[in-house]
Design a protein around this ligand. Structure first.
Ligand code: PLP
Length: 418
C-alpha cells in the first residue's frame, strides 16, 4: 500500500460484520475468568490489563503509526512533550549526557536545558548545520543519544538526516528525531538512518485541534548492547531483560511497561480515536498544505513590507538542497517571515488578520499565526533565540487548507494596512 492508503487502512481493519469505524473501548480495565489469566498478563503475555499501559483502541492507532513510519512498534502518549521526555529518559539516567540540535521547539529546549538538568541529565546544544568533525567535539564519555527535528519549529531548518545518523552511529549512539512537521507522508526518517521517531500528534497527524498527544516509534534497527537499562535485568519487573524478551521492539516495550506504567502518561481511547480520524485524511491534507504554502511563500517573498520569507522550497533558501532531497513532495504548511521595521508593525499586521487565527498552535487545517519570541520561545534569552533561529520580529505562519486566494487576500490585505 502507498502511504495515503496506509493512512486509511493500516491499524484497525473490520472483520466480517464488525463496525467499519475504529471502536472506542472506553474502559479502564479488562475482565478475565481467573486470577491465573491475570498473572499471565503480569508476566507480559498477550492481552490488556489496565488502560494506563495499553488499550485496544490506542493499540490500533499505534499499529497504524508504526506502519506509516516503517517502524516495528509505537507507543501513543498524552502529549508531544511526553514523547520527547520519554524518548530520552528511557535510555538515560542521572549522570548521562546527550546532544540536541539548538534549532528545536522551545518547549523541547526548556525540557532538555532546564527540567532534565534537574534530573541530572545534561544536554549540549549544537548547530545542526555544522560538519561531523565539529559535531564530534560535543561528544563526552557519558553521551548516550542525539536528538533533532526534521523541520525545526519555528526556524524551518531542514535536518541533514543522513549526516546526523552517521554522526550518531559512528559514536555508538541512537538518533532520535522529531518528525512532527513533515509527518510520515512527507518524510520517513527511518529510511535515512533515524533510530527512533517521535511526534507531537497534536499537530498535522490530528490536524483539527481536537486531540493532544504524542507518539514514540521504534525502527527496531539500533543495537542496544551498550545500554544496560535494556540489556540488564529490570528490578521493577522481576528481573526482566527487555532485549531478550522483546527483541527488536525492546525500546518501546520498556517505555510502555516500565515508564508509562510508572509515570501514567498514556493516550486515552477517545484521544486515539480522534487522532485516527485525523490520520485518515493526512495524505490529502499534506498535499494541500504544501501546495498552498508554496504559493503563499512565493507571494510573500515578492512583498516589499517583508524582509525575509523562510520556506525551504524558495529559491535561495539555505535548506533548499536538503528539502529537495528529504522532502521532495513539499515542506508542510509552516513557514516564518520577518516584517520590515519594528516589532510593533509585526503585531499590527497580526491584529489586522481576519481569516488567520492568532493561536498557540500550528499545523492545523485552519491558517494560524504566532509570534514565537513573545510566546512559545518566551523563556529563551536573546542568545538562545539566535541559536534557535528566531528573531524578535519573526512571525510563524501555518498555512491551512482553505482556498489559497482567501488566505492571500487576508495576508496581503493586512500587510497593506501597516
Ligand atoms: N515537537 C514539536 C516540533 C512541536 O511543535 C511541539 C509543540 O508545538 C511539540 C513537540 C510538543 O508537543 P505537544 O504540544 O503535543 O506537547
Amino acid at each position: 500500500m502507498k502511504i495515503e492508503t496506509k493512512c486509511l487502512h493500516e491499524g484497525y481493519r473490520a472483520e466480517n460484520g464488525q463496525p467499519l469505524a475504529l471502536p472506542i473501548y472506553q474502559s479502564t480495565t479488562y475482565r478475565y475468568s481467573s486470577p491465573d489469566e491475570i498473572t499471565k498478563l503480569f508476566d507480559l503475555g498477550p492481552g490488556h490489563m489496565y488502560s494506563r499501559i495499553s488499550n485496544p483502541t490506542v493499540e490500533q492507532v499505534e499499529k497504524k503509526l508504526a506502519a506509516l513510519e516503517g517502524g516495528v512498534a509505537a507507543l501513543c502518549v498524552s502529549s508531544g512533550q511526553s514523547a520527547s521526555f520519554l524518548s530520552i529518559v528511557n535510555i538515560l539516567s542521572a549522570g548521562d549526557h546527550f546532544i540536541a540540535s539548538s534549532k528545536i521547539y522551545g518547549g523541547t529546549f526548556n525540557l532538555f536545558a532546564v527540567t532534565l538538568k534537574r534530573f541530572g541529565i545534561d544536554c549540549t546544544f549544537v548547530d545542526q548545520d555544522a560538519d561531523i568533525d565539529e559535531l564530534n567535539k560535543a561528544i563526552r564519555p557519558n553521551t548516550k543519544a542525539v536528538f533533532a527535528e526534521i523541520i525545526a519549529n519555528p526556524a524551518i531548518a531542514v535536518l541533514d538526516i543522513e549526516k546526523f545518523a552517521k554522526f550518531a552511529h559512528s559514536n555508538g549512539l541512537p538518533l532520535i528525531v522529531d518528525n512532527t512537521f513533515p509527518t510520515p507522508v512527507l518524510c520517513r526518517p527511518i529510511e535515512y538512518g533515524a533510530d527512533i521517531v517521535i511526534h507531537s500528534t497534536t499537530k498535522y497527524l490530528d490536524g483539527h485541534a481536537v486531540q493532544l498527544g504524542g507518539v514514540v516509534i521504534d525502527s527496531g534497527n539500533f543495537d542496544w548492547k551498550d545500554f544496560p537499562s535494556l540489556t540488564l535485568p529490570d528490578e521493577s519487573y522481576h528481573g526482566l531483560i527487555y532485549t531478550e524478551h522483546f527483541g527488536k521492539a525492546a525500546y518501546v516495550a520498556k517505555m510502555r511497561v516500565q515508564l508509562v506504567r510508572d509515570l501514567g502518561n498514556y493516550q486515552t481511547a477517545m484521544g486515539a480515536f480522534l487522532l485516527d480520524l485525523g490520520i485518515q485524511t493526512l495524505g490529502v491534507r499534506m498535499e494541500r498544505h504544501c501546495k498552498n504554502a508554496a504559493t503563499v511563500a512565493d507571494e510573500l517573498s515578492k512583498n516589499d513590507k517583508i524582509e525575509l520569507v523562510n520556506y525551504p522550497t524558495l529559491a535561495g533558501n539555505p535548506y533548499k538542497t536538503l528539502a529537495d532531497k528529504y522532502l521532495p513532495n513539499g515542506c508542510s504548511g509552516v513557514m516564518s517571515f520577518n516584517i520590515k521595521g519594528t516589532r510593533e508593525r509585526a503585531v499590527k499586521f497580526m491584529e489586522g488578520l481576519k481569516l488567520a487565527n492568532n493561536v498557540v498552535h500550528v499545523a492545523d487545517v485552519r491558517t494560524c499565526v504566532l509570534h514565537p519570541a513573545s510566546s512559545t520561545h518566551r523563556q529563551l534569552s536573546d542568545e538562545q533565540l539566535v541559536g534557535a533561529g528566531i528573531s524578535p520580529g519573526m512571525i510563524r505562519l501555518s498555512v491551512g487548507i482553505e482556498d489559497v486566494s482567501d488566505i492571500l487576500e487576508d495576508l496581503l490585505g493586512s500587510l497593506s494596512k501597516i
